[in-house]
Design a protein around this ligand. Structure first.
Ligand SMILES: Cc1cc2nc3c(=O)[nH]c(=O)nc-3n(C[C@H](O)[C@H](O)[C@H](O)COP(=O)(O)OP(=O)(O)OC[C@H]3O[C@@H](n4cnc5c(N)ncnc54)[C@H](O)[C@@H]3O)c2cc1C
Length: 943
């Protein structure tokens, strides 16, 4: 793949010292395949099942690992969306075709990319082939004439993977190049083929249409796809990079609409997330049948075919699979004794690049941060691990704003998106904004501003700090390990990767069990009118900063999609970026709270406004904070508009200089995060951070040393601080005047929250309300008193629990009173509540949430009488343990998760708090495959 920056080769001593592999994955594999494209898949499947071996002959390997930098294997189909499998049949293509046909995903040798991804996911599982996604092979270590390990950059940092045999199936020959084999670049660089999908075609296209060449686009061809009413246009851009291919789509779609009447009004639903190169970018000077020096390093890439014509013919999907298959068969007979990586040397030196400002992550916030910084005349490099700009909002398949305050540079982006949208939409529309229009508009604006974008590159380390100041970061790029220097850095990775690697403190998820907000694996769909809608249903929890958990989450998300979207309910595409709502939150110079949002607080260092609501997707109220339970599940304030000013200090991570964090990982509490995570919020802080980074670089100051007025000045110019966007306070300052009315009428409910967080001063008023209120109005003052840890609340709350009072304060999101009363009894902390809580533990009708709530409450009440009750509960054989997650789009069944782990660990936590720890329960979960389960177990072990 061609990338926009040429890097000079330079190495300094401190870089060599700092870039040692930080982490060793431990397990020794038989074979590691670097690159999970079709070559890698062909190799893996042939290795597992070599058809040339006769019966009884040894061959095949058990432990095979594929390292793939994208979130999908088979990138040529699943990311470039190339669909022509061709008529040739090799062993692997025959298997693929047979299975695809039975799924309904193949027609006339054309393949449907979502079905293909489902199939690969299933095949790898069936064949017991391991795959690590979002793992960028970067470097090799060697000993004598053997390669000992591959170092891959992942979201967990650098990891070293050892094996007996290594196959380089990367498109850039990344491992071979690391070993010093001389390569020559192809001149001119190869063309790249871009795919564009039209849907809702009025009149079917049954055979290829060739409208001719246009501008720089050659070989434009439109073919029918697997689906009725869909056609796929493909065209070649000479020397095409990801950027140039994306930028070409706009004018070529207009041209196609003009020339092909069937497509005049059709909607462009999706385009290839990256183009497919028609040849290798460079090839080894000598043939690549086997490595000239390292005995256990093999080649399985297009670049390994020495003959130019043959290579170009092999650039098809089937050709690539065949290359992999051949390599797999060749290596399946090789026997090599493994060598321990210890004492091995690291081959190759990192490339380097420098800029005034480096932005990591070109997502919702990062694309805008980079454009804003470049418009301040900074020289900006933007490093993005995927192949699109816009993050969750484009590549994540979530193309609609939900609350948030507009204003500033984001309005300009929205206007640009709107301007180009008709070309993409035809006579149809996309829910929210058109994601392709936004990808295009951001790419165009970034190019116009002079941003250098480096796609397919993951920031994996901070390699030099001066004191607390970051000077350089390491990224795994298609050129291998690369070191980027800058005067200021902006961390827009969504997960605060740079901040955390540099030593900033952070939290993960909820305080109770450290589980983050749930994630979705989104995709595209057509509604019954032929308009584009997003698929958004929660698939469970994910730790995106853990390489293995990230892989597991993607693969689980795919299975959820496959069950809900078989051929008859077809998916347009699978979003190439996982829909992660939250992972880490950094601890910054200020940590925004839910109270700030509800009370519309103002800050001297305001760099934006947020307008939001408490948009929490969790169904497990018992694991939320008490304040969150009060606001949402007691008061039913799900849709209540709240909002405040955004302080600049939230972007300054503690312990680190030279860095701004401007993404969903900004310094806010978990409760504040439910509201402060919408695209408009992130686009706002992206702009502020970009401006601040550019000014810092210009003045030679760190972002922390900067006078924030300079940033505010610029934000006023762009319209981001326009007063019209300021949120209106929800709760009047004189709210205490309404307490007697509340006692009489139960209204206004809005004053319960400020009273509950007011501390001692609110107690007399609340006691009076509780005493004088009608029976049906006593619940809210009791909850507020429980929040203030007053025992007077207990009788009313116990009554609600014992009666299993199903009433809700409001229908919108509130929980039945008896469930929120259980949580509040824990807060009040009185042993008087124990009999009612025991009643819940013994109740055969109580669901997992009520049970966990009761366990937690018992742990908080800290009375040892609860110990036998909990131990008896753990012996129950009929504990309900299924939780359903939320669905945010129509007609899709919710995902269910077995949460026995949560129930047992909550019980263990309560017992530990009561002085009766249960190491056997905790041990059971310390090795759990999901990292969030392990983390909760480890947390309890530590307490
Ligand atoms: C399922 C779901 C539904 C949502 N619904 C809505 C909605 O309806 N409306 C709304 O306004 N908001 C919605 N949101 C919230 C909103 O979309 C996100 O909070 C927001 O887009 C996050 O922006 P970000 O810039 O922090 O992260 P992202 O947009 O995820 O950007 C992070 C970028 O960094 C890249 N990256 C990650 N790590 C690295 C690294 N180490 N090096 C280089 N690059 C890296 C990623 O590839 C990505 O492009 C939703 C979110 C989700 C997940």
């Amino acid at each position: 793949m061609i990338h926009e920056v040429m890097m000079s080769k330079k190495l300094t001593n401190d870089v060599r010292r700092m870039t040692r592999p930080a982490n060793v994955a431990g397990k020794l594999f038989d074979v590691i395949i670097a690159g999970g494209g079709l070559c890698g898949i062909g190799a893996a499947l042939a290795l597992k099942n070599n058809p040339t071996l006769k019966k009884g002959e040894r061959g095949g390997f058990n432990k095979i690992l594929i390292l793939e930098r994208r979130l999908s294997p088979g990138w040529e189909v699943c990311s470039a969306l190339s669909t022509d499998l061709g008529a040739d049949n090799t062993f692997v293509t025959s298997v693929l075709k047979e299975r695809l046909t039975s799924m309904g995903g193949l027609k006339n040798n054309r393949v449907d990319p979502p079905m293909f991804e489902f199939l690969l996911n299933a095949l790898l599982e069936e064949k017991n082939i391991d795959i690590l996604l979002c793992a960028h092979p970067m470097q090799v270590t060697v000993k004598g004439d053997l390669v000992t390990a591959i170092i891959a950059g992942t979201k967990s940092g650098e990891m070293s993977f050892g094996a007996k045999i290594f196959i380089d199936a990367t498109e850039e020959a990344l491992l071979w190049k690391q070993t010093g084999v001389p390569f020559t670049d192809n001149d001119p660089p190869p063309a790249a083929r871009q795919a564009v999908f039209f849907n809702n075609i009025e009149q079917e296209i049954t055979s290829p249409v060739l409208p001719g060449d246009f501008a720089e686009a050659k070989n434009i061809v439109i073919r029918p796809s697997v689906w009725q009413k869909e056609a796929c246009a493909e065209f070649d851009i000479p020397s095409g990079s990801i950027s140039s291919c994306r930028l070409a789509t706009f004018s070529i779609i207009s041209f196609i609409r003009e020339k092909v009447p069937q497509l005049k009004d059709a909607i462009v639903t999706h385009t290839g997330f990256e183009p497919l190169p028609m040849d290798a970018v460079s090839c080894p000077n000598t043939g690549a049948e086997s490595h000239p020096y390292f005995r256990n390093l093999f080649a399985a890439g297009l670049w390994a075919v020495p003959d130019t014509r043959k290579r170009q013919r092999s650039a098809t999907l089937a050709g690539r699979i065949q290359i992999g298959e051949k390599a797999g068969m060749l290596t399946s007979n090789v026997r090599i004794k493994p060598v321990k990586p210890s004492g091995a040397e690291l081959l190759s030196k990192p490339a380097t690049a420098e800029a005034d400002v480096v932005v990591a992550g070109g997502g919702t916030a990062g694309a805008i941060a980079a454009i804003a910084a470049a418009r301040q005349n900074a020289n900006v490099i933007l490093i993005e691990t995927s192949t699109v700009l816009g993050g969750i909002g484009t590549g994540g398949g979530i193309h609609g704003y939900c609350v948030g305050a507009p204003g500033g540079l984001q309005d300009e982006v929205d206007a640009a998106v709107e301007k180009v949208s008709p070309v993409f939409s035809g006579k149809h529309s996309a829910q929210g904004f058109h994601p392709e229009a936004k990808k295009f508009a951001l790419e165009q604006m970034a190019r116009d501003a002079g941003v250098q974008i480096i796609y397919s590159s993951l920031v994996v380390g901070v390699c030099e700090k001066k004191g607390r100041r970051i000077k350089r970061v390491i990224a795994a790029t298609p050129s291998g390990r690369t070191v980027f220097s800058a005067k200021a850095f902006v961390d827009c990775t969504g997960d605060a990767d740079i901040a955390v690697m540099a030593g900033a403190p952070f939290t993960i998820g909820r305080e109770s069990d450290e589980v983050p907000h749930c994630y979705s694996q989104s995709g595209g769909h057509l509604d019954k009118n032929g308009n584009m809608e997003m698929i958004n249903f929660d698939a469970g929890w994910a730790d995106p900063f853990d390489a293995f958990d990230l892989t597991a989450s993607r693969r689980k998300g795919l299975k959820c999609l496959e069950q809900r979207f078989p051929a008859q309910n077809r998916l347009l595409y699978i979003a190439p970026i996982l829909g992660v709502r939250q992972s880490r939150q950094i601890a910054g110079d200020y940590r925004l709270t839910l109270a700030d949002e509800i009370l519309a607080r103002r800050f001297e260092d305001c760099v934006g406004f947020m307008k939001t609501f408490y948009e929490n997707h969790a169904n497990d109220i018992e694991n939320q904070s008490d304040e969150g339970v009060l606001w949402m599940w007691v008061l039913g304030n799900f849709f209540k508009p709240i909002g405040c000013e955004i302080p600049y200090r939230c972007m300054l991570p503690k312990n680190v200089e030279g860095l701004l964090v401007a993404c969903r990982a900004v310094s806010v509490t978990m409760d504040a995060h439910y509201g402060f995570r919408m695209m408009r919020d992130l686009q706002r802080i992206g702009e502020a951070a970009g401006i601040a980074a550019a000014i810092s670089a210009r003045l030679g100051k760190t972002p922390r040393q900067l006078d924030v007025k300079l940033v505010q000045e610029q934000l006023k110019k762009t319209g981001a601080l326009d007063e019209k966007f300021r949120p209106v306070p929800l709760i009047p300052e004189n709210f205490r005047n309404d307490t007697s009315r509340l006692a009489e009428t139960g209204e206004p409910k809005d004053i319960i929250y400020p009273l509950a967080i007011s501390g001692k001063s609110a107690v007399p008023a609340l006691l009076k309300i509780l005493e004088t209120a009608k029976p049906e109005n006593k619940f809210l003052p009791a909850v507020a008193l429980a929040m203030l840890k007053r025992k007077e609340a207990v009788r009313e709350l116990v009554k609600n629990v014992v009666e299993r009072n199903p009433a809700r304060v409001q229908e919108n999101g509130a929980a039945p009173r008896w469930k929120s009363a259980i949580v509040m009894l824990g807060r009040a902390g009185s042993p008087e509540a124990l009999p009612a809580l025991l009643g819940v533990l013994e109740d055969k009708n109580a669901d997992a949430d009520a049970l966990i709530a009761a366990l937690r409450a018992m742990g908080r009440i800290k009375n040892r009488k609860a110990v036998p009750m909990i131990l008896k509960f753990l012996k129950r054989k009929d504990i309900p343990q299924i939780r359903k997650f939320q669905v945010s789009c129509a007609g899709v069944a919710p995902v269910e998760e077995d949460v026995l782990w949560q129930i047992e660990l909550a019980a263990a936590e309560a017992l530990a708090a009561l002085g009766k720890p249960q190491p056997s329960i905790i041990r059971k979960y310390l090795d759990h495959p999901r990292s969030y389960v392990r983390r909760y177990a480890a947390k309890i072990k530590g307490t």
